[in-house]
Each structure stands twice: as structure tokens, then as C-alpha cells.
Design a protein around this ligand. Structure first.
Ligand code: NAD
Length: 490
């Protein structure tokens, strides 16, 4: 078994300096419960100092850079991540216990792409302009410029720590803002390594600041209450989004929210059966079900229902649970004991609600140090009604409920009957059906015969409890900039 070492003490990064916090908290490995690192927790005065430094940096050398110069710096950050690729893999694996292969093929490459893509988009974006003839024969000439918003508070979750943090940092910095980031208390390592990369890339002091800590009554809440922040970009639970919205309401700060989901996958009898089984296994169990886009509600057309349930069971049972560096490992643990307790509480509730447990539903026993970790088995249920809490509430674990349906209108109504509106995956070989349904599903993203296939230029986000606004491509540039119109009478 490999051990995953990161720095034993993780500092804050404020105004270009690595500093201690007011106290430390433990960062525990979900693989076997060992202490990964001790993390500096930022006090309220330190959070205020980080925001003050970020505010001052807006009018320092950073504010004088032109767009190509700024974008060149962002490519230097991407180069810095590339140069320390394996350290980033180790940091991400240490905090999350995920398979190394996943960190190597998804998290770290996407972090690099997030800086390069938004640097290139910013460098090649053009503004709008229009001419407006006047009654007096004169002409108005209008054109837009993008100005930075100011200090952006970036608050990110633990499920894809580096990927989601850099998804916000890339466009925020490309648009000339300065940032104060608060990564999840569960996953502080890759963000701290990123602070070193930012420092070494030569970002002026105060442009990027990192504070560690918790949410309510700690660094997260302190950050949202700073009057000098211009906006909050947040990814996490819907209820946290609501708390942040209240915290910034008086100051009318801009918010970008990527929140929870209770996503559906719909499998029609005409679908490529094997592709649909493989696709739903991936969308339900990928990253141990800890992706906001995962499908926890699966609807399968009645003629293939029994065959589909049996095939998905076989797939789930074949998934290899194991150490991050094990050959061919598919699934790591859940992120923490606390999160596993939440998932287990839904496993108990499902039984009370009358679910048939097709597979899983329990903790695997290894007989080694992993029994101190937060492992869980992929789980499939059938037999619950659409009103069951397990079918309506986000669980955020490797679990799905499969339910039969008969026709398009019925399944459409059931898919849309949710407080969430993030993503949906349709599996069908009929192109017409795919187009017809996709535009009537109340989610920000619909995948057809695929799942979690991403082009970073496309809009990403959800409706209802799943969020507010869109990130991706020009949508990110729009959120992270103040678009001003300049009107000249010619
Ligand atoms: P969380 O809301 O508990 O925490 C997210 C971050 O917010 C953490 O850094 C936390 O410390 C901070 N925080 C908590 N309370 C706060 C407060 N009152 N003020 C300021 N900051 C606060 O979420 P999580 O458990 O880390 O992540 C899982 C959730 O994230 C799931 O609901 C998942 O669906 C969602 N998610 C959504 C997307 C998306 O793109 N829509 C992507 C990933 C995860």
C-alpha cells in the first residue's frame, strides 16, 4: 500500500505571503483515517486582511497589465501545474482517496485546461458595437468594454476540489479580478499547492489569496460578510447557497451558484442496451457518486426494465473498490466519515421507505486499515414511489433508484417533478425523440447517449435549487466582468 504524503502543515496565502492561521484543524485521509496534514484555519481578521490585499492589488501592477500580458501569466500558472503534475495528483488523492488514474486523467488536466482555455478566450474575445442614427441626423456610436468586477470570493466544495476551484479562478483572473479562495475544509491540499504555483508564476501580491477553514462561523462565512467583495462564486450544497445569498443580500453582491442535483437518467427500449448500461453505471457510480451531475434517479422503459436492472447490478458488483494506486481500481471511498454517515442514513431510510435493495447498501469489510476509512458499496434500489425522500433528495453517494416507465410524456413529467434542475442523460437511438425531449427537460444540461462529456466553451449550470447563472465559455467571461457600454455622440 502506498502512503500519500502532502505537506504536514498547510498555511494560508495572504498578500503574497504564506502565513499561519489562528489555529489548526486536521485533514484526515478517507482511505484509512490517517492524518494527512494539519491545516491553518483563518480567523476573521485574516479573512479581512486577505480581502483588503485583494482590493489593493486591483490598483497595483496587476491592474496595469493588458489582456495579453495577463493571459500570458495565466499560461505560466498552467505551465506551473503541468511541471508539478504528480504533486497535484498526490495532493488530490491524499485528500479524497480517489483512484490516482482519475486525478491523472480528470482533475489535474482539467485544472491546466481551465487556465489555458479562459486565457485564450479572454485574449480572443471582441466587444460589441452598434451605431444608432438620431432624428437630428447625428449618430450615436456604442461600444462595450469589459472591466473587472473587483475582489471575487471563490468558495468551492470537496468533490472535485482542484477542477472546480480552477474552473472559477481561470475566468476570474482572465477578466482582471483579484480573488480570495476558500476551498473545502475536507480538501485543502491541492489549493495550497496551487498557491505555491501562483506565487512562483509571479502573480503580484494580493491577486490570489487562499484562506482555509470551515463554513458557518468560520472562514467561509467571514468571507461572504466582507463589504469589499464584489461577487461570490460558489459551488456546493443548495442550502449553503441560500445562506450565502442571505449573507450578501444587503450589499447586493453578484452571485454565481452551482448547487446540488437529483439528476435523472432515462433509458428507452430503443437505446443501445450495452452502451446505456455502461453509461448509467458511470453516471451513477463515478467518483463514488460524488459528482453533482451523477444520476440518482434512473427511469427505464418497461420492456427492458428487468434486463436492465440485472445488467446494472452485474456492472455495479464488478466495480473494483480499492487503494488509489491499485491496478484497475474503479472506486475510492466517500470523502469523510461524516459524509458516509449521511449516505448511510439514506440507506436506512430507503429500507424504511420500502426499497428493494438490488445490490450494495452496506460498508465493505477489508480486515485492514481501510476499515478506519469511509468506504461504501455501490448501491441500487428499486420499488420506491416518486414521493419517497430517497427519490427526491440529493444523497451524493454511489447509489441510484431504478423505476420503470411506459411512455415519453409520463417520463418527462416524472423527470421534471423535482426541486432540482441540473442535468439529465437520455439514452435512445431515435434522434427525433432526443431532440423533442431534450428541449422540454427542466435542467441546464441534457446529455444524449453520453454523460459528463464537456466542452469548456459551453454553458454549464442549473435551474431551480441547482443554481443560478451559467459558467463556461463566454458565460464565465460575462459573470466575472462588468460589461460597460460607452456611448459617443458623433
Ligand atoms: P457545502 O455547501 O457543504 O460546502 C461547500 C463550500 O462552502 C465549502 O468550502 C464550505 O466550507 C463552504 N461553506 C459552508 N457553509 C458556508 C457558509 N455558511 N458561508 C460560506 N461558506 C460556506 O458543499 P460540499 O458538501 O462541499 O459539496 C457537495 C455539494 O456540492 C453537493 O450538494 C453537490 O451537488 C454540490 N456540487 C455542485 C456542483 C455544480 O456544478 N452544480 C458541482 C460540485 C458539487
Amino acid at each position: 500500500m502506498a502512503t500519500y504524503q502532502s505537506a504536514p502543515d498547510l498555511p494560508l496565502y495572504i498578500d503574497g505571503q504564506f502565513v499561519d492561521g489562528i489555529r489548526q484543524f486536521d485533514n484526515i485521509s478517507p482511505v484509512d483515517g490517517h492524518l494527512v496534514s494539519r491545516v491553518a484555519e483563518a480567523g476573521e481578521a485574516q479573512v479581512a486582511a486577505a480581502v483588503k490585499a485583494a482590493y489593493a492589488a486591483l490598483s497595483g501592477p496587476w491592474g496595469q497589465l493588458n489582456v495579453p500580458e495577463r493571459c500570458a501569466l495565466m499560461h505560466r500558472v498552467a505551465d506551473g501545474i503541468q511541471a508539478r503534475f504528480e504533486e497535484f495528483v498526490s495532493a488530490e488523492v491524499a485528500d479524497t482517496g480517489r483512484p490516482e488514474a482519475l486525478a491523472r486523467t480528470l482533475d489535474v488536466p482539467r485544472a491546466i485546461a481551465n487556465f489555458r482555455t479562459f486565457a485564450d478566450l479572454a485574449a480572443t474575445s471582441v466587444s460589441e458595437c452598434c451605431e444608432t442614427p438620431q432624428a437630428d441626423g447625428g449618430m450615436l456610436f456604442n461600444y462595450t468594454v469589459r472591466k473587472p468586477l473587483g475582489v471575487v470570493a471563490v468558495i468551492s466544495p470537496w468533490n472535485l476540489p482542484l477542477l472546480l476551484l480552477t474552473w472559477k479562478l481561470g475566468p476570474a483572473l482572465a477578466m482582471g479580478n483579484t480573488v480570495v479562495c476558500k476551498p473545502s475544509e475536507e480538501t485543502p491540499s491541492s489549493a495550497t499547492l496551487l498557491a505555491q504555483v501562483m506565487h512562483d508564476a509571479g502573480l503580484p501580491a494580493g491577486v490570489f489569496n487562499l484562506i482555509h477553514g470551515f463554513g458557518p462561523g468560520s472562514a467561509g462565512e467571514f468571507l461572504t460578510r466582507q463589504p469589499e467583495i464584489a461577487a461570490v462564486s460558489f459551488t456546493g450544497e443548495s442550502r449553503t447557497g441560500s445562506a450565502i445569498m442571505k449573507a450578501v443580500a444587503d450589499g447586493v453582491k453578484e452571485v454565481s451558484f452551482e448547487l446540488g442535483g437529483k439528476n435523472a437518467a432515462v433509458v428507452f427500449a430503443d437505446a443501445d442496451f450495452d452502451a446505456a448500461v455502461a453509461g448509467v453505471a458511470r453516471s451513477s457510480f463515478f467518483n463514488t457518486g460524488q459528482v453533482c451531475l451523477c444520476s440518482e434517479r434512473v427511469y427505464v422503459q418497461r420492456p427492458i426494465f428487468d434486463r436492465f436492472v440485472a445488467a446494472l447490478k452485474e456492472r455495479a458488483e464488478a466495480l473494483k473498490i480499492g487503494y488509489p494506486d491499485e491496478e484497475g481500481v474503479d472506486l475510492g471511498p466517500l470523502v469523510s466519515q461524516k459524509h458516509r454517515d449521511k449516505v448511510l442514513s439514506y440507506f436506512a431510510l430507503a429500507r424504511t421507505e420500502g426499497a428493494n435493495v438490488i445490490t450494495g447498501g452496506e460498508i465493505p469489510v477489508f480486515g485492514d486499515e481501510r476499515d478506519n476509512g469511509s468506504w461504501i458499496r455501490p448501491t441500487i434500489w428499486t420499488g420506491l414511489g416518486d414521493d419517497a425522500r430517497c427519490v427526491r433528495e440529493e444523497i451524493f453517494g454511489p447509489v441510484c433508484h431504478i423505476s420503470p416507465f411506459d411512455d415519453e410524456e409520463e417520463v418527462l413529467a416524472r423527470v421534471n417533478d423535482s426541486q432540482y434542475g441540473l442535468a439529465c442523460a437520455l439514452w435512445t437511438s431515435q434522434v427525433g425523440r432526443a431532440h423533442r425531449l431534450a428541449r422540454r427537460i427542466h435542467t441546464g444540461i441534457v446529455w444524449v447517449n453520453s454523460w459528463y462529456a464537456r466542452d469548456l466553451r459551453t454553458p454549464f449550470g442549473g435551474s431551480k435549487l441547482s443554481g443560478m447563472g451559467r459558467e463556461g465559455g463566454r458565460h464565465s467571461l460575462d459573470f466575472y466582468s462588468e460589461i460597460s457600454n460607452i456611448c459617443i455622440k458623433l
